[in-house]
Design a protein. Sequence first.
Length: 117
Amino acid sequence: QVQMVESGGGLVQAGGSLRLSCAASGSNFNINVMGWYRQAPGKQRELVALVIRGGILKYADSLKGRFTISRDNAKNTVYLQMNSLKPEDTAVYYCYVNTMEGQRDYWGQGTQVTVSS
């Protein structure tokens, strides 16, 4: 079982920045993929960015250049630096982990990001 603790969400004006953090903990697990998805009101959950085992980074095309994902392997923590935020970035951001053990998916509780115009 893997637990995640997310932090860093909040309210920011358009053009501002936020940094999200997600720390994964548990016993006897190895992370295959770790990253972020988001879900805006009335919309489906969508990919934001992932760090894949081996250090491969994957971004939603529309977010490249504004969002940067990074990971501290020693701390099992992933970060999402979000710059030049827009009102359409308003959503609940969910941390995601896929483990090598059984290819299991885990989701964080979500952190709200609100960008005001």
